[in-house]
Design a protein. Sequence first.
Length: 373
Amino acid sequence: MLNIADTLREWCREARPFALATVVQVSGSAPLPVGTAMAVDTDGKAVGSVSGGCVESSVYELCRQVLDSGEPPARARFGYSDDDAFAVGLTCGGELDVLVQRIDPAEHPHLTAALDEVLSGRPVALAQIVEGPEELVGRTLCATGDGGGPDGPPDGEDWEGAVATRARALLRTGRTGRVEVGGDADTCPERLSVLVHTHASRPRMLIFGAVDFAGALSEIGRFLGYRVTVCDARPVFATAVRFPYADEVVADWPHRYLAATEVDARTAVCVLTHDAKFDIPLLRLALGLPVGYVGAMGSRHTHEHRLERLREAGVPREHLARLHSPIGLDLGAHTAEETALSIAAEIVAHVHEGSGRSLTWGTGPIHRRRTAS
């Protein structure tokens, strides 16, 4: 639902009731992921989408029905219609489950708090109960990145502490997904299925080497939602004027900057210098850090020579196996922009465990669904 956070916060601040339709489960090639939402207010205004157009009219009517009647949250499943591809259903061949509930803002203070955090740019997780006892379905809980939010009894209900713990765990990974909570005496007696919507800080893309490729990659990295840093030891090249799309440009030795900065499992490290005096100490450090992606530019000959130097520097075999080099997918790229696209495509494929092959020659669902842990 955080895809429509700005409008929802406005309605909450105005204490305006609305119906919220949230995608809580998908299978096959459903067009939009779990957590995507559509909302309808008392004037009939609709924002957001749950299917990219396939079933919007039916979901809209269900929203109006739940909003006007005050009925408990309702579940609806939409799938492909064999008889008529244009009937109510998903022509893409997938299925999705939608939870529709009436929201009276005064009764959902956690929702309002989470929306405030999102619009302020701070990390937050909003947990929404989608299966469980009828009196709990649709309830929400806010957990912030600094540990704010409920920590369980005696301040909250039995389920809140367990849900908040799982919500913060997903927030640390930056992933939205469903988790199962409870069903035992140690957490809460009721078995709950909880959809955790996360708004995490932007993942980082660290580009080393103030070259033309870095300019194009910083632009596409920003487009993909990364917080982009360009770093080079040469101050004359490491300037904000040359890299207007970077969030920061740093003049420092690459390995020294990397050792001092914050990284996590979502960080992408792109080494574009192909200069041994920079590459070897930088990659030796990067390959031992808990980052999500490490790639290095250069020819195959450069790569083999680089591997030899890294082995001599004591880098373990399992660390070397993490290195993407030559960097990027084989798109036949020639220009800086095409090369940046190939690098970004490889990062996306790596993050989402894609094959990088043409969809034309593949089989099975187009969209991979990763389960929350």
